[in-house]
Design a protein around this ligand. Structure first.
Ligand SMILES: Nc1nc2c(c(=O)[nH]1)N[C@H]1C(S)=C(S)[C@@H](COP(=O)(O)OP(=O)(O)OC[C@H]3O[C@@H](n4cnc5c(=O)[nH]c(N)nc54)[C@H](O)[C@@H]3O)O[C@H]1N2
Ligand SMILES: Nc1nc2c(c(=O)[nH]1)N[C@H]1C(S)=C(S)[C@@H](COP(=O)(O)OP(=O)(O)OC[C@H]3O[C@@H](n4cnc5c(=O)[nH]c(N)nc54)[C@H](O)[C@@H]3O)O[C@H]1N2
Ligand code: SF4
Ligand SMILES: [Mo]
Length: 681
């Protein structure tokens, strides 16, 4: 029996784990008390890793789809030959741009997965990497980069006032939930929770229920109060920012009296939270990881939150928003001329100040396939993603995937997207390979990295992702770009520029940088003006608002009153639950026992108004389609709103979301404020 120190990769928090192995078999996983970030914590998914690895639904061999729709087991050589032949054919017939490579959130958590997808993309010469970065998080990175010139993140440990804004860490990062609870109990923090649901954390502080999708109105009114009541940090604003006078003038129209009927929050409450935040010595807004992005006004929501931090001087001080160091790693991308789909329509998502992103606009994929605009797409490789369940309008994505000439899936499981694939290639899980566990500076503010050690040998014929891309590339005449031969060689290469490679191998883990407290005193903000850009000339140049304003959700009682008559309830989707990551882990009985089925949550008064009964099956519909699940009434939910989880293949909320309402600057889909009808099923 041996114990291996490693880290969990089932989500971005990368908790340290101790894995017990008996006769080559993983028998137990526990938290690692000596891990300085997770401190021994693991969630139910981490505890159940043995069930995950040995799940009956693991894909352990390569398969191809037969004419009758069934699957036939084939050898790796056969599988790779079929892929190489078909991908070459597509390239010859339609050009290399006709291949789309999808990479999901696991690619963010597991650097090797994304790095090799990017390498292959450039070697094949398709610009179309359609990543989860077009649904989640990159928008706020961009908004903060445009404002500060560098990424600035939430240093919540030392915060004296925390605003949880569209974020419920109990479901999405429990460690933070526990930390806040402890700080509240010890009277170390004032807590404000802005959320249509009275979450458990909201009960520990001041809960501000808000109409979904109207966060910008609240934020603008808070700016109005803070500025007009002279509660700004004048010295910081004067010395380090550009555009405050313009903001002051612009903000006059957004009074609390204006915002109150829009948001449903009383004027006095808006003033109170603005004052609490401005008075704190260390105020830290913790922005929902995707909640405010997946809105019509997403990018400007992020800008508004930045402005609240800036005018109160809550920048680069402990407990505020601080400059986050990145681990510098080798870039596996190759230079590329061709632009991906959507680059012309969404130029800021494509490049800012010469920094070009490798991602296309994923929400434009169905249009490219089905209408051939801007050009046709004919093949897909989907790795570490399940777009058929996680992207908006699943029916449309299904139609698009079905219309392709050739589809490949690389995944340890057969997910809904793989059900359509022509060839299925079995990736091993992270427990079956060495990789890099990198506690994301960007989300956790902890510049900590550790080696994620291989715990067991790959099961069946499954292989690490890098091996799969390498073998495929070799068969397509692109072997010169894929010369690495082992997990170790890859991580040596990736980590070379980091300066911590050897330390990382000899120690459990490494803090690779200091947090950037008071960086601005020595390193000017790397924007064109060398100051924080409250007023963004760059946004203006591209035809966007240089100062953020308010936009109603694309569908709402106000913007579409006719639609509201037919679809009179606001749907928010995707609040997280500890047992699952997105569409994963539904096949693990131990987790399923903890959270057996999706539940639509609604206030009892709303249920009564529409003749619905707690516990019954309901049908939730939009013009696009409908989805059925059980109703759970709870007085914690705001009236007029229904909250539905995402990721359930059997009751997939994305069968009713749409690709048409895209955020204006980055084209993110609207998952958080659409109109629905709910009736007995
Ligand atoms: N309605 C609605 N939809 C949403 C959201 C919402 O809030 N509401 N949230 C969105 C957000 S924020 C995100 S990030 C996306 C996530 O969207 P996806 O990333 O598409 O979702 P997952 O279901 O996590 O798919 C990950 C796949 O990777 C596979 N996998 C695991 N490990 C490996 C590995 O080592 N190698 C390979 N090759 N594959 C592996 C898993 O088996 C699984 O099939 O969902 C989005 N969808
Ligand atoms: N267990 C688990 N953890 C995860 C994931 C997972 O799938 N499972 N996914 C990871 C990923 S990729 C992501 S992006 C994050 C997601 O993390 P977040 O986006 O932060 O989502 P949650 O923490 O679930 O909190 C969402 C809260 O926002 C509220 N809300 C909904 N609409 C609105 C609105 O319009 N305004 C306001 N103010 N609030 C609103 C909801 O009621 C809910 O309480 O979680 C990460 N962690
Ligand atoms: S899945 Fe759970 S144990 Fe694993 S990293 Fe995420 S929070 Fe930690
Ligand atoms: Mo996400």
């Amino acid at each position: 029996m041996t114990t291996v120190n490693s880290s969990c990769m089932l989500c971005v928090w990368d908790c340290g784990i101790k894995a017990t192995v008996e006769d080559g078999k993983l028998v137990k996983t526990e938290g690692m008390p000596e891990h300085p970030v997770s401190n021994g914590y693991v969630c139910p998914r981490g505890e159940n890793l043995p069930h995950y690895v040995y799940s009956d639904s693991r894909l352990l061999y390569p398969y191809r789809r037969k004419n009758n729709g069934g699957l036939e087991r084939i050898s790796w050589d056969q599988a790779l030959d079929i892929c190489a032949e078909n991908l070459t054919k597509v390239k010859e017939k339609y050009g290399s741009k006709a291949l789309a490579i999808f990479c999901g959130s696991v690619g963010v958590e597991n650097i090797e997965v994304a790095a090799f997808a990017q390498r292959f993309k450039s070697a094949y010469n398709t610009p179309n990497l359609l990543s989860v970065e077009n649904i989640c998080y990159r928008m706020r990175i961009l908004a903060r980069q445009l404002t500060f010139g560098r990424y600035t993140g939430e240093d919540y440990k030392e915060a004296e006032c925390i605003i949880l804004w569209g974020h419920n860490p109990d479901g999405s990062r429990k460690m933070l939930g526990d930390l806040i609870r402890e700080k509240v109990a010890n009277e170390k923090v004032e807590l404000i929770v802005i959320d249509p649901k009275r979450t458990d954390l909201a009960k520990q502080g001041l809960h501000v229920p808000i109409r979904p999708g109207t966060d910008a109105a609240l934020g603008l009114a808070m700016l109005n109060v803070i500025i007009n009541e002279d509660r700004c940090d004048d010295e910081f604003v004067e010395n380090y920012t550009k555009g405050f006078p313009e903001l002051k003038e612009h903000i006059q129209q957004f009074t609390p009296e204006w915002a109150s009927p829009i948001t449903g929050i009383p004027v006095t409450e808006i003033k109170t939270i603005a004052r609490i935040f401005a008075q704190s010595n260390a105020g830290c807004i913790i922005q929902g990881i995707n909640t405010l992005d997946q809105h019509q006004n997403g990018f400007q929501n992020s800008r508004i939150l930045s402005l609240l931090q800036i005018i109160t001087g809550n920048i680069d001080k402990p407990g505020t928003w601080v400059t986050i160091p990145f681990l510098r790693m080798a870039d596996l991308r190759l230079p590329m001329e061709e632009k991906p789909i959507g680059a012309e329509d969404y130029p800021i998502f494509h490049s800012v100040w010469g920094r070009v992103s490798p991602y296309g606009i994923a929400t434009l994929f169905p249009k490219a396939v089905l209408e051939g605009t801007p050009y046709p797409m004919k093949a897909s490789i989907v790795t570490a993603a399940n777009p058929l369940v996680t992207y908006p309008d699943s029916h449309l994505y299904k139609k698009a995937f079905e219309a392709l000439d050739f589809r490949v899936s690389i995944d340890p499981f057969i997910n809904e997207t793989a059900e359509l694939s022509d060839v299925l290639l079995p990736a091993c899980t992270f427990l079956e390979k060495d990789s890099l566990g990198y506690v994301y500076g960007v989300v956790n503010c902890e510049p900590y990295a550790m080696l994620r050690k291989r715990v067991i040998e790959p099961l069946g014929e499954s292989k690490p992702d890098w091996w799969i891309w390498t073998e495929l590339a070799k068969r397509m005449g692109m072997g010169e770009y894929f010369t690495w031969k082992s997990d170790e060689e890859i991580f040596d290469f990736l980590l070379e520029p980091s300066g911590i490679k050897d330390k990382l191998k000899s120690e459990l883990g490494v803090y690779f940088a200091d947090k950037g407290y008071y960086q601005y005193k020595t390193h000017p903000f790397p924007t064109p003006s060398k100051k924080i850009e409250i007023y963004s000339e760059t946004l203006k140049e591209y035809g966007y608002d240089p100062l953020p304003g308010y936009m109603e959700p694309a569908q709402s009682p106000v913007s579409t009153p006719e639609l509201y008559k037919e679809y009179p309830i606001i749907l928010v989707s995707g609040a997280r639950h500890e047992e699952y990551a997105h569409s994963q882990q539904r096949n693990i009985p131990a987790l399923r026992a903890l959270n057996p089925e999706p539940l639509a949550e609604m206030h009892p008064a709303t249920a009564q108004r529409f003749g619905l009964v707690d516990g019954e099956q309901v049908r939730i519909s939009t013009k696009i389609g409908s989805v059925k699940m059980r109703l759970k009434t709870t007085s914690d939910m705001m009236t007029g709103v229904v909250s539905v989880p995402h990721g359930w293949g059997m009751a997939n909320v994305n069968e009713i979301t749409n690709v048409e309402t895209r955020e204006r600057i980055t084209a993110y889909p609207d998952f958080k404020a659409i109109l629905v009808r709910v009736e007995p099923a």
